[in-house]
Every structure is written in C-alpha cells, then in structure tokens.
Design a protein. Structure first.
Lengths: 561, 561
C-alpha cells in the first residue's frame, strides 16, 4: 500500500482551510484557503436591504459549499495526488453555528420565500441576540434544579443551540414550524459529503446539552421553556449521536462530482474546531491541558471520570477524545485584551518609534515589556475586560488595574495585562486540580502561542509548568485530518484508534518554554494577591463591578457609541 | 488722601511675580514677572561641576534678590505711580523652602568657601532628600507620644523644616555648626526689605511644628533626634513668631535703593504662598474651603476651635487668617494625574485629531469627556497615583481603576481620573464635617480652577456644593498685597483688619459652578463605591498596594528607568 492521505477542512469565522496530510507521518503536504464572499453578516442580508437587529451575526451556507468545492479541488490539483490515495475526510466547524433546514437538509434561506428572513440563515457562533432566551433558560433550569447545569459551570451560553432555536420560535414561529431540523454546522458540512445527517458527540455535548448516558434535557424542561418546545428533540432534532472519530458515511456521487474525491471515500463525523486541535498536538490522555489562544482562550482537558469542576464550560463524555471525559474551560478576553490596549492606550511616541524602526507596535511593546522583571512594575490586573468565563462564570465582571504611580509606563500596563491572563489560566488549572482533575502538562496552540514568546514565557513562569507549542499553525485542520484517518481505519491505510493516530500525526515544536525559577517565586507572591482580589471582587464580597454596570445601564445615553 | 497701592510679591518655583493693587478697590493695576536664572537646581550646582545627589532640589538666593529688584522697579516704571502712594509690601513664598544664613542673614552660599557645598544653598520645598530623617523623626515622635503629631495628620513631611535641618547636620556637621540661623524663605525675603528677621506664624506653624500656645517641640524631643539638635531652637532659630498681617518692619535705605520704594514703607511679615490665596478670594471666616488646584491640591479652611481632624496637613492658630485656626489638607496628585494620562495613555489617533483641529490635546479630551454623563463609563478610580495625603496620610498607596471593558475609551478613563480627584475632595470635606469643622462653601483658585470647566462642574456635582472661582489668576500675590494693606493700617490708607481688607480687595468671578441635581444623585452612588474601595485598600483591610511595592523593591532592577 503506497502513501495514503486524509483531508481536514477547518471552517473558521471568515474563511475555510483544507489541509492534505500524509497519514503515515503527519506531514502537512498542502493547504488551500477560501474566504467566504459573504463574510459575517451583522448589518444587512445579502439583498443589502434587509437590516439586521443588534447582536445578530449570520452567515450564508452557500459559502461553505463553495469553500468545500474550491479547497478540495485545489488540494488535488496542486499536489497531483490521486483521489484513490485520499482515504478519508473530516470537517471541523466553529461552534455553535446552527442552521434551519428542510426535510432534505436544504437550508431554508435557499428558498425564495425565506431569502429576506434573517432567521433562515446560519446563526454564527458569535450571534449574541439570544441573550434573553439564554437568561430565561438558565433561570428556569436553576428553578427546576436541572442537573445538567452543573456540567456547564452553572450556565448555558446565549451562543449555544437551544437559546438560538428558542429565539427563532420567539421571533418567527412560522419559520420555526417550517423547519424540519436545526443542525449544527459541523454536522451539516459533513452531510454535504455523505448525504445523511450524523450528529457528532462533541458539538452535541458542548453546545446542545447532550449527555452520553442521560441524553438531551427532558421534555418537561423544554415544555417549561415554551409549550411549543416540548418535543423539540424528537421533532426538530436528530436524537442519535455518534462518537467523534467514527465514520459518518461515504462520499456520495454528487459530492464526488463537487470535490473531485472518489465516491465511497470515508467521511468522519464532524467536530468543533477548538476541540479538533487536541489530537493535533498529540494529546490523547488525561493530565495534559491544551490552551487554544486567540482573541479568547479555550482550555481543553481529558479526565478519567466525570467531575463537576466549578466554572468550566462543559464536561462531555467522548467530547474531545472518545473514551474520556472531555473538559473545556475558557477565558473570555485574551487577544482581545491586547488589541484593546493597542487601539486605545498606546501613546503617539510609541507608534512613532515603531514606525521609525519599521516594526509592529506589538513587537515594540513586547520588546519593552520583556526588559521588565516580574514584579518590577508594581502593577496587578484582573483580566475581566470581557467578564469572566472560568472559573466564575460571570459576564458582569469588569477589568481592574491596581498599583499605578506617576512613573507607570505603557509597557508596564501591557505586561500586567498579559500577566493577568496568565493568572487567570493558573486559577483554572488550580481549580481543576482542587476538584480532582489532574493537570500535569501544558500545551498551547493558536496565533498567540505561535508568535508571542514573551507571553508564553510568562505563562510558563506563572503556572510553573513547561509549555509545549503546537507544531502546526493549523491545528484544528490537522486534528480533523487525524480523525479522518481514524474513521478510515487501518484496513484502508489509516488507524484503528485515535491514540495511535494522534501519536503519529500530532506534533509539537522541538522548542518549548520552561519556567524560570526566580520568576516562578515572584509570580507565586503576585498570584496570591491576584487570588485575593479575584475572590473579593468575583465571589460576592464586594459586588462593586455589578453596581457600576447597573449605574451605567440606568444612565440615559445622550450619545450613542 | 489719593489712591493708595500695595505690592504683593509671589515667589514661586520657577519665577517671582509682583502685583501692584489699588487698596480701595482691589483692582490689579500691573504685574511684573522675573524668571529665576538658576531655576531649580537638581543635577548640578551653578559651577556646573558639583553634582547633586538624587532627590535634591536647590535654588540660588541671589535669584530672589534680583527678582525683587527687577519686579518692583518694573511695576513703578510701568505704572508711573509715585512711591509715596505705595503704602505697603508683602512677600509670599513656596513653603517650606529654607536656607542657612550667617549672623547678618547672608546666605552661606555667598561665601567663597561654601560655593561648592550643596547644603549652603536653598533647599526648595520639593527637595526630597531628607526622607530618612523625616521617617526617623516620625518614628521617634510617635514613640515619645508627641502631641504635635496629631496636629499634622500623624506625619511630618520630609519637605518640612526640621528634616531638612537634620539632613544638613547628618551630612555636613561643619556647615551646620557655621550656620547662625536656618530661615524660611518667606521670612528671608521679607528680611531683604526690613533688615530684621521676623518669623511668620503661617510657615512656622505649618512647616516648623510651631504652636501659638505650646511653642516649638521640646528640647527633649530634639535631643532624642540627635544630641546636637537639643538646642536647635535657641541656637539656630529665631523663636519669636509674629502673626501674619502684622508689620515686620519698614523698608530700609538699602532696600529703598534696590527697589525704588520709599524708605520707611511698611513691610508685612511673610506668608506661605498657598495660604496667601485665602483672603484673595475674600475668605476670612469659617465654613469656606479654598482649593488651590495645580499639580496637587491644597485645601484651606478656617475653624473656630482646634479640632484634630485625621489626615489633615496641619492646623495652626493664626496660620491663615489671624484669630482663627487655619486648617490645611491636601491631595498629592491632581494636575500631575492628568499630565501622566496625557503623556502615557493618549492614543495616536487622538493626538492626530487634536493637531488637525488645531486644539490642545487636553481640550480634545475635555470635549469628549464632557459628552459623557456621570456613571456612563462604568469606571471608578482611586486617585492615589502619588500616594494619599488627606485623609489617609500614606505615600505607599497607589492608583486603581476598576470597571474597564473592551468598549472603554480614553476619554472615559480621563473622566474617571477627574472624578476620582473630586471624590478625594469630598472625602476630605466629609472628614472635616465629621470631626466638627463645618464646610459650607467651596472656592477654587489656581490654573485648573481657571481653565478646566469640565473638572469644576464635576467637583460641584460630586460635592453637591456651589464652587466659586478666584477672580485673580494670581491669587497668592493678591493675598500678599491684601496683607500688606493690613500691615500698613487704616491711618496710612490701608485697613485695620484682614476682614475688611479681604472683603474689599478679595474677589471671585461672577460666574460660579452650581450642582446639577441629576448628576449629584448619580455621583452620590458612585461615591459610596469610592468610599468602600478607599477604606478597603486604604485602611488596612487589604494592604495589597504596599505588598506590591515591597515586591517591586525586592526586584533587582536590570534596567534603570
């Protein structure tokens, strides 16, 4: 048997990227990128007339089909590899991105009569207009003592499946009625290849409150939300959930024509994009935490048992790696934090210096911040500019900086913000440990992990752990390709299990970050201070942040932002 | 009797300004300015060779003599007013600025052998190199239970007289020995006109621990500091203190030749510059607080009795207006705060907009901040960038901002810093009230009061009091001219008491700031939050600011600032 390949397609927020990988070595042979022509729709529908309400974030599903066609065709063309040697394909997708479809799985927005109806399009993960529904859902779940709440750190996010479905029911009952199925896009993208719907255990678990043993929430719960929702699972949902790494089906004749792949090629069930990165760094066992660091950070962990760790985003059996409980935690403001600082707090003189030296302003800030030693600035921050996801699960918390003097300089504040996110990560790690889920090693993937050495060193020093960095800059696509190899199975040239596959195909860089002893000790002292402020402001002793928000809301806004 | 005039000379940090005032109306006829050629010496002596130690801030007394000659001559020349019609003169000076002199009052630095000795020059108010002595002095005073400590909010500042004298003794015992007198510059400047030394009750009280009934600290106390200091008062100090508003003497023949004034013209005793501003706004009775707002703010108040208000800078009988107890409080970071923000936190886009529109960056910030309503930003700050003077008296406290989100904009932070200083003022006002010293009206003088309407309106809204603004941009010089009229007396065309004099000659602008009812109520809520944070971080519940400073000190500084 000659060299075999799999393809991972990573559907991101603004583009999709397909990656062709050598199954025997994990080598990334070629990639192809397709930017969505419609991008994120947050002001108008494609007719340029229908205006969207605030907090809407929609996409056009045609973009995904076009992306699939373009990228896979491109991969085969560029590499000249025979379609016979591509043994599997798998899609990972932003999550929860969802779509109402008809009986055949065709998006309602493709129907003429729904073209100008926003609810017929894809609700992207960052569609935030279902907050009312999410708040009500949480209140009702809490009142009813629903056990599932604990598995999600006490709160279901407005970004997830059921608030989004409920919003559609609230705002357009007719469209709700006309919908045959509400589908997670990871599954819908997979269905474009197989012609059949297969719900994956990852996004079902993390975004649609599914539990391997308990299933979905009860009819009584859904009825308590809204009488019309009572049978939402049976009527509008495919209740059968398949573990990730399984085959969802095979490439249909139509999909073969579209992509150039061979009819009958194995298609793995879909997976959420963040979760797909875990096998891409070779993690298939408990004790190793992967941080996927971008505008925000996701923390992925495996555990042997189902522990209720406060403030995590979710625990799902078979959610990340089949056979384990997959834990997810998160920090809601990481890259966004530094972007805010760069946009609004960097003085003219620094911009000028960066221009004169021909370097990026972030490079200049890092250079200056790198010269500071831990503790030298006297500053400490709480990284809550966008609320706190783990471990406090409180969107109403806000940022804090303490320790400024007249000598405080911008690079000191910049470094304090980085340190604050590192303390936030340490808080998550320690909480997992405290609740019986060991964390022994740290891995990092994503743009920040790739580029920001200062930050990664600070994380190593603050957590007092080595940090290994994903070798692939496209870890989710690589992870999908690994799952494709598992779904294809050994017989076809793939693997029979994810452990072997990830071991061979997943990779980290040779260079890794290791804690500096002196820094560790200073950061230990600073972390004690962080923790004290964290608990004082975050656990109800002084709820000033909430009261300030309340005062803010009560103010009549003379000027719109 | 035709129109009579007095002259007030205000010796500031970088220049001296003389003001000729019509005694009958308070009209400011003419001013003359002289910039000190030596400025503030903080790196080298005038020989450009002798390097100064860190925290030194010296001046050259010849500059004051030259300023006196130039400005008074200039006033008479420019106005053509006869020296016969100038009935009095008075000097106000930065405080405590002090100088070692010989038996005749001649500065030691005028002697050839002391020319290269830093300790022979004027130690300017902001000379901060006597911190060790100040700390020791406070420790010893506390151990001995010295009652005077309470009159100074529990702490004697390193800027004041005795730490500065002690530093000289510590570092140059020979020069200490050769010194006939250590003089406050307000008194020394006066002596240049009269030929005799007269110690004024204002700077003696606020800067040299003098009390009208109890005198100076005891010999035993001084001995406890250092054996050689036991008799410092008798040996190195003129112990006779004269109330402000009294005559110190008359213009000598030499001074007449120097200035063009008539020999025999009445010279009032000197006064500290901040305190001189009080009669200039017409305040001569209790209940009215004057804020002198510059890089920092001084709060001046009169009271009927001697109350021990925690955290004030001092209470001195006859210290501000004879016949009353003069209270002083302070905020150590006001204008400095906004300067810091402007220098280090304003993004390039704002600088560009200001340049394009041809306005100052502060004007742009104010314009943007003015559009915000109280509470709209959700931000709250503690104004401790330079420690806290009143009411906590703690230099080790540092700044704090809370409430930031990813939508927080620079003008919101700028406004929060202004509001923080206003809350600091409210805290001072409420503390005075709580300890039995009523505050019914607010007055403001200084550059900020003059120019920053946004800030003054915020102060009115936060304190819920009208704020009247000094009519004169040179309130200290006007105050000195008023005291000169009192020292001259009614017979010569002046006044017999400060009450009448200040009533006629002191002035506020017609326009004043009055609280906006809606804003008052929002600020009341925000102040409650400020107070809670103030007490939590400032009164020992969480001493994180001090611990961060300690950590900072322990860090080995790779890079000097």
């Amino acid at each position: 048997m000659g060299t075999k390949y799999t393809i991972g397609i990573d559907y991101g927020t603004l583009s999709a990227r397909a990656l062709l990988v050598d199954v025997n070595t994990g080598e990334e042979i070629e990639t192809a990128l397709y930017e969505y022509p419609h991008g994120v729709m947050d002001t108008f529908l494609p007719d340029h007339k229908t205006r969207l309400m605030p907090d809407f974030a929609l996409q056009h599903p045609q973009d995904y089909i076009d992306a699939l066609q373009f990228t896979v065709t491109e991969l085969l063309k560029k590499t000249g590899i025979s379609k016979e040697d591509v043994i599997g394909i798998c899609s990972d997708f932003t999550e929860c991105s969802m779509l109402p479809v008809d009986e055949k799985g065709i998006p309602l927005c493709f129907q003429e009569r729904y073209k100008t109806n926003p609810h017929s399009y894809v609700k992207l993960w960052k569609h935030h207009a279902a907050q009312d529904e999410a708040s009500q859902l949480n209140q009702i779940a809490e009142m009813r003592g629903e056990a599932f709440l604990k598995r999600y750190g006490g709160k279901i996010s407005s970004e997830w499946m059921f608030p989004k479905i409920w919003q559609i029911l609230d705002e357009d009952p007719e469209l709700y009625h006309d919908t045959a199925k509400f589908m997670e896009l990871a599954d819908w993208a997979t269905m474009q290849l197989t012609g059949v719907e297969r719900k994956n255990s990852c996004t079902a678990g993390y975004k649609a409150i599914w539990h391997k043993r308990e299933g979905f929430p009860s009819k009584a719960f859904f009825k308590a939300l809204h009488p019309a929702l009572e049978n939402v699972i049976d009527e509008k949902f495919n209740p059968v959930v398949i573990p990730i790494g399984s085959a969802a089906g095979q490439i249909t004749k139509e999909a073969a024509a579209l992509t150039g792949l061979k009819e009958g090629t194995i298609v793995a069930v879909g997976i959420g994009d963040a979760h797909a990165a875990v096998p891409a760094v070779g993690i298939t066992e408990p004790g190793k935490m992967l941080m996927i660091m971008g505008t925000s950070t996701c923390h992925m962990m495996l555990g042997e048992k189902e522990a209720m760790v406060p403030g995590m985003c979710g625990v799902v059996e078979d959610g990340i790696i089949p056979g384990y409980y997959g834990y997810e935690a998160g920090q809601s403001c990481v890259g966004d934090h530094f972007q805010w600082f760069k946009d609004h707090c960097v003085p003219e003189a620094y911009e000028k210096e960066a221009k004169e030296r021909g370097i990026h302003i972030f490079a200049l800030l890092s250079e200056k911040a790198e010269k500071l030693r831990p503790g030298q600035s006297g500053l400490l921050a709480l990284d809550w500019w966008n609320g706190n996801r783990s471990v406090l699960v409180d969107v109403d918390l806000t940022g804090l900086i303490i320790g400024m003097t007249l000598l405080t300089r911008p690079e000191e504040i910049y470094r304090a913000l980085i340190e604050a996110t590192a303390f936030g990560t340490k808080m998550i790690v320690e909480t997992f440990r405290e609740y019986g889920v060991p964390v022994n090693e740290l891995y990092a993937a994503g743009g920040i992990a790739e580029k920001n050495q200062l930050m990664m060193q600070i994380y190593a020093d603050v957590t007092n752990m080595d940090i290994k960095i994903a070798a692939s800059p496209q870890a989710p696509a690589l992870g999908a390709a690994i799952y494709a190899a598992v779904a294809a199975g050994k017989e076809r040239g793939g693997y029979d299990d994810i452990y072997t596959a990830a071991n061979v195909m997943g990779k980290v860089k040779d260079l890794y970050y290791t804690p500096n002893k002196e820094s560790v000790s200073v950061y230990q002292s600073l972390y004690e201070e962080y923790k004290k402020l964290h608990d004082y402001f975050g656990r109800g002793e002084n709820t000033v942040m909430k009261r300030l928000k309340k005062i803010k809301e009560n103010v009549y806004y003379v000027n719109e932002r």
